[in-house]
Design a protein around this ligand. Structure first.
Ligand code: AMP
Ligand code: ZN
Ligand code: FE
Ligand code: FE
Length: 302
């Protein structure tokens, strides 16, 4: 694959738009990816494919787009269940069972957000749900939207503080009605997609799952592990890389860009061409490209 800049191709496989809790619209996101010099971007909003069409419609020539999503999952092998994120790439967005599951999770997120706001209000904290829902602008609602309300109310100074234990990190955090992770892997594969476990060792975000579970998921159809991510320490990255090698899984590196909801920049981490090509070869949806003459095969092999 040739890169736009002449150096090694830059492939960022995890980014959020206003279709969930990012701050750039899907069109702005692909524009920003182009400006950042990326060759490939994956749009991976939480539990939705709503950003796909506007992102494709605004795709600048020279940038390839992988259509994906980040599914809210849980593993029930521990008490309480461990929440985790599954990236899904290049799946059929009309697969009925997957569509229904994503709609269910989005509805449950709204209910949960409203209940979290209820807890805050019961403690005399002046935030209100209609404003927060409006702030999400029709995208998948998450804690970053509630964090913004806490900032607007002058109760915290930063998103980081809002995710602290006194606020949305623990005290006012409620569990979501997530998808069982084995069911999610099965559904993504049935829909022709490629499932990759997002930031699997990010201990700084909370509890993580044991390696044995990752081995079981690999046997159930998991394709890869997101290795290079800002929430992994260097030791955690090496651990995940070794585990992937042992299990025959591909590894990815990604920014998990959220616009101004996070400090990380597009392209902060990159995925190898080999891993990209494996994902493209396994997915049912074509890589999107605005370039005339780039067939899906050309987009695959460059
Ligand atoms: P939710 O999906 O509602 O549980 O919210 C989780 C989202 O908040 C994820 O997309 C994370 O990227 C984001 N998030 C989690 N922890 C932090 C943090 N410390 N600072 C900023 N964003 C965070
Ligand atoms: Zn997010
Ligand atoms: Fe995530
Ligand atoms: Fe993410």
């Amino acid at each position: 694959m040739t890169s736009r800049t002449g150096s090694a191709p830059r492939i960022d496989l995890h980014a959020h738009s206003t279709a969930s809790d990012g701050t750039l619209t899907p069109a702005e996101l692909v524009g920003a990816a182009f400006d950042a010099g990326l060759d490939v971007l994956a749009i991976t909003d939480h539990d939705t494919t709503a950003g796909w069409a506007p992102a494709v419609g605004a795709l600048p020539p020279g940038l390839r787009l992988i259509r994906g999503a980040e599914l809210s999952c849980r593993w029930s092998g521990a008490q309480p269940a461990v929440p985790l994120h599954l990236l899904a790439y290049l799946f059929d967005p009309d697969h009925p069972e997957l569509v229904a599951e994503l709609a269910r999770v989005r509805a449950a997120r709204e209910e949960r957000g409203e209940r979290m706001v209820g807890l805050l209000r019961a403690d005399g904290i002046d935030v209100n749900w209609p404003d927060i829902l409006a702030g999400a602008g029709g995208g998948t609602v998450g804690r970053p939207h509630i964090a913004q309300a806490l900032i607007r109310a002058g109760l915290v100074d930063s998103i980081r503080e809002a995710f602290g234990p006194d606020w949305l990190g623990e005290r006012y955090r409620l569990p979501k009605e997530d998808i069982d992770v084995f069911r999610a892997v099965r559904l993504v594969r049935e829909a022709g997609g490629v499932p990759v476990f997002a930031h699997p060792r990010a201990t700084r975000r909370g509890r993580v799952v044991p390696d044995e579970l990752i081995a079981e998921l690999a046997a159930a159809g998991l394709a890869g592990l997101e290795t290079d991510h800002e929430d992994h320490s260097p030791a955690e990255r090496e651990h995940v890389r070794a585990l992937a090698a042992e299990l025959g899984l591909l590894v990815t590196g990604s920014s998990d860009f959220h616009g101004t909801h996070k400090t990380v920049q597009l392209g902060a981490f990159s995925t190898s061409v080999e891993a990209y090509e494996r994902i493209v070869a396994e997915g049912v949806t074509e890589v999107a490209s605005a370039d005339p003459g780039i067939s899906p095969i050309a987009a695959r092999l460059g």
